[in-house]
Write a protein that binds this ligand. Structure first.
Ligand code: DX5
Ligand code: ZN
Length: 217
């Protein structure tokens, strides 16, 4: 299990220190929630902030684009130093082209699905992705309640990947905490995002261990 803490719940006034603290705690990935005020109601940060922090951190930058028409900004985010770019299937008209473009830019390609979006949208693009992000809340805000329908969606996706011999990651985002970690991993998820349930419980090394222990249980 890989834990990707969501910076949405971190202290935005101390992002350099927060990234350093994550790295010191043994975290490997960090999740950036980019929101445009259109695809989702909220606005966060964009490529200039990521580019600035890229110079200060060796973490794997997992960039979740909650942005309408993400294809317009892929080159900017690749240049800013994203390692993985995750676009929403609901936000782009030509999903296959958008995913192929991410790989062409040298990044790992991810696709995110809102809670109501069926797995069938992935049917003809599954070979084009390095990760599928299953949203377990409606995107836009941290601290929301986990939607239990997510478990069956993860299991169904794991079966789809296995049937085709594919090894894409399955990431879950929204309302994840140590109490549902075991069930998520058992369902087939291997990358968990946590915002409020991670940053609200320092020290970070102990909190990382709480998630890891739960995943191993
Ligand atoms: C929600 C974001 C999440 C969010 C998760 O729109 O995509 O990454 O930060 O926050 P928690 O873990 O608090 O639900
Ligand atoms: Zn996210």
């Amino acid at each position: 299990m890989i834990l990707s803490p969501s910076l949405l719940s971190s202290d935005f006034g101390r992002l350099t220190e927060e990234l350093a603290a994550l790295e010191a705690a043994g975290v490997k990935w960090v999740h950036w929630d980019v929101m445009d005020g259109r695809f989702v109601p909220n606005i966060t940060y964009g490529q200039p902030v990521i580019s600035h922090l890229r110079k200060k951190s060796g973490l794997f930058f997992d960039v979740h684009l909650m942005v309408h028409e993400p294809e317009r900004y892929l080159a900017d985010f690749a240049k800013a130093g994203a390692d993985m770019l995750v676009v929403h299937a609901e936000a782009t008209n030509h999903l296959q082209r958008t995913l192929a473009e991410i790989r062409r830019l040298g990044c790992k390609a991810g696709v995110a699905l809102n809670p109501h979006t069926p797995l069938s949208v992935l049917d003809y693009v599954l070979e084009d992705v390095d990760m599928v992000l299953i949203m377990s809340v409606n995107p836009g805000f941290g601290g929301q309640k986990f939607l239990p329908a997510t478990y069956r969606k993860i299991r169904d996706l794991r079966a789809m990947l296995d049937a085709r011999g594919l090894s894409a990651h399955i990431q879950v985002d929204g309302g994840v905490d140590p109490s549902n970690t075991a069930a998520l991993v058992e369902s087939g998820a291997d990358v968990l995002v946590s915002g409020s349930a991670f940053f609200g419980f320092p020290p970070y090394d102990q909190r990382l261990r709480a998630f890891e222990d739960a995943a191993a249980a």
